[in-house]
Write a protein that binds this ligand. Structure first.
Ligand SMILES: Nc1ncnc2c1ncn2[C@@H]1O[C@H](COP(=O)(O)OP(=O)(O)OP(=O)(O)O)[C@@H](O)[C@H]1O
Length: 616
């Protein structure tokens, strides 16, 4: 066994049970002076040449450490790992995906916790996986995609979410009972009974006794939730209006004075018409023809008027705030930065409305940012359609994009073909082009994107990729770059991961460098096909460690490798990504340079594929 593998095994053992090597007797092996295959290391079995470790079986030994997959998976030949019946704690690291030759993984009856990593679903040779009797939670990675899996045991955990679409025809053992799974049981073809699925109150359908609700029942529930949200919005606005009316009557004089003393918005001379609404909210609306911008003022108890500002997109021509508020809203998601609703207007136009939370930005600055973003138009950047901003509430309207996001394209394929290399390269080039353009237009104003990630890369009606939510976050940090340095330690500790990344780069240029980092993570997602967690720091760390170990080939998505994508060009894109995710912001190239590099790789790809066409 080579020295590297041996020292990694020793490290793995040290983490599994700190001190065991020192305290166990001579019959234990596992020390640097002997060889794992010839030195009788406990639980280790090797191939017939005694050069490659094939099995590590350490069951019921009271080990109370953690599973160090980073070290273990350096033993490339490992096929079987069993750590059943110990007291291991912590999670299963995503780097378990590096144990490419694993066929049997037994981790049952420990105290392991956290989410099972997506890396498990990349173990394409796995036949038996047992994670039962632990404390795992969160959604299951799509282990159903491992075609040779014959055993999957995950009972007695706290796993949740929907079950992936397992093809039970191949299975010999299957059990997910006593978890928190929800939704329908995949078609079991009668092979597994209720004891394989029981104890999950949210699971339904055959072979469980509770049938699944029909789609119409489901819809009406969702509908009523979204209706509730819409009416809740009406109620708040209604209350504000009433409060304002009372306030107005009781202090007419004072209010008049206040209005006179409040600096007025500049209103151009042509234009103003006022209408009132008999809808659930009382509006007064003003319409400006100049610059194609309409403003609908909503009366509120706040200082000054707040308004729906409709921007220059032709899709927004006749958009009115009351239409938006009256239309049924369906909750699309609750992200870190707010809630997203899909709103279908009577006209058939479909919008999404983002209700932004906790953004300390003044209405004036918000107004300025959104108008600037609207003016800098690029085909690969989704323009905002309209916005509403008061002290309490910030709403941003975009056109609904029915072709989904890059995230769903890569990770929620639902039987679709995997995205090929040429398309990934095209997406990378288009997005970097859009970002480079926006950076050049908005650098002066200090408006970077702020939140680039694959869920914010959408495919428009022509299936062109475009980056959404440009300029949405972190504005206050650009305006006050020094604010971060005045933080107390307690304040600094309470920063989110995104803020920490940002804090590290806080300067006028910091947000743009932060965009480059996040774009680098998107490149890694395209190259590896892996999901991004923790703002991409995990993925970046993993890729860096694999590259350091000179197994660069291992980082690429298996489907790209089997498609025969050019390794040279994948490596070239990887090099761009690694520069983008440099820990030192000053070493990251700017988006213009990134675009040039990606476009030249794309051109090379196009040249080489066109020269592969053989003419008769
Ligand atoms: N204009 C749009 N059209 C269609 N789907 C959209 C649109 N904008 C966002 N989505 C999708 O809706 C879902 C929820 O979006 P949301 O922005 O709330 O989540 P997020 O991007 O994960 O979080 P956040 O932006 O707050 O960090 C995502 O899957 C996203 O791809």
């Amino acid at each position: 066994v080579d020295d590297n593998a041996k020292s990694s095994m020793l490290l793995f053992m040290q983490r599994l049970s700190p001190g065991i090597v020192r305290h166990a007797g001579d019959n234990w092996g596992w020390n640097s002076s002997s060889d794992p295959c010839t030195g009788n290391w406990k639980g280790v079995s090797c191939d017939s040449t005694l050069q490659f470790v094939q099995k590590i079986v350490l069951e019921g030994l009271n080990f109370s450490g953690s599973l160090d997959a980073d070290s273990l998976c350096i033993v490339r030949s490992l096929g079987v790992l069993s750590l059943k019946g110990n007291n291991l704690t912590g999670g299963v690291p995503g780097t378990i995906s590096n144990c490419k030759h694993l066929t049997h993984l037994y981790l049952s009856s420990n105290n392991l916790s956290g989410q099972l990593p997506d890396g498990l679903s990349e173990l394409g040779n796995l036949k038996r996986l047992d994670v039962s009797n632990n404390d795992f939670s969160g959604i299951l990675p799509n282990v159903a995609r491992i075609s040779g899996l014959v055993t999957f045991l995950a009972q007695n955990n706290r796993l949740s979410g929907a079950l992936p679409a397992f093809d039970f025809a191949n299975f010999q053992q299957f059990n997910v009972s006593n978890n928190n799974f929800t939704g329908p049981v995949p078609d079991g073809k009668g092979l597994f009974g209720a004891d394989s699925f029981g104890g999950n109150p949210g699971l339904c359908g055959n072979p469980l006794p509770n049938p699944c609700p029909s789609p119409s029942q489901h819809k009406s529930k969702k509908w009523s939730v979204s209706r509730f949200d819409a009416y809740f919005g009406y109620m708040i606005i209604g209350l504000l209006v009433t409060a304002f009316a009372v306030y107005k009557i009781s202090s007419k004089l004072r209010q008049k004075k206040e209005r006179n003393s409040t600096p007025k918005r500049k209103v151009r001379n042509q234009d103003i018409t006022t209408t009132s609404s008999s809808g659930p909210n009382a509006y007064s609306s003003t319409h400006k023809n100049s610059e194609n911008i309409s403003e609908f003022s909503i009366t509120s108890a706040e200082s000054g008027a707040s308004s729906l500002v409709v921007l220059t997109s032709p899709a927004a021509k006749d958009l009115k705030f009351e239409d938006l508020l009256r239309a049924p809203a369906e909750l699309l998601g609750r992200g870190k930065h707010g809630t997203l609703y899909k709103v279908i207007l009577n006209s058939g136009l479909i919008f999404v409305v983002k209700r932004i939370k906790d953004w300390r930005i003044s209405p004036e600055e918000f107004d300025h940012r959104m108008k600037k973003v609207d003016q800098a138009k690029h085909p690969n950047v989704l323009p905002p359609i309209a916005f509403y901003c008061s002290k309490q509430e910030k709403l941003l309207v975009y056109l609904y994009q029915r072709n989904g996001s890059l995230f769903s394209l890569l990770h929620a394929r639902r039987g679709r073909e995997a995205v090929d290399w040429a398309s990934r390269l095209t997406i990378a080039a288009a997005i970097s082009d859009g970002l480079a353009f926006m950076h050049s237009k908005l650098r002066e104003d200090g408006i970077p994107h702020g939140n680039i990630k694959s869920t914010n890369i959408l495919f428009d009606e022509k299936a062109e990729p475009c980056v959404s939510e440009y300029g949405l976050m972190l504005a206050h940090r650009h305006e006050h770059p020094n604010r971060s340095t005045n933080k107390t330690p307690e304040q600094s500790e309470s920063l989110s991961d995104a803020e920490v990344v940002y804090e590290a780069t806080a300067s006028r240029d910091g947000g743009f460098k932060d965009d480059v980092y996040r774009f680098g993570v998107v490149l890694l997602e395209l190259l590896t096909g892996k999901m991004v967690q923790n703002n991409g720091t995990d993925l970046a760390k993993w890729v860096n460690s694999v590259v350091r170990e000179e197994w660069t080939g291992e980082v690429f998505d298996g489907v790209l490798v089997s498609e025969g994508a050019s390794e040279e060009r994948m490596v070239n894109v990887l090099q761009v990504a690694l520069r983008c995710i440099s820990d030192v912001p000053g070493e990251r190239p700017n988006m213009r340079v990134v675009t040039e590099m990606i476009n030249s790789i794309k051109q090379e790809e196009e040249r080489s594929t066109s020269s592969e066409i053989i003419f008769p």
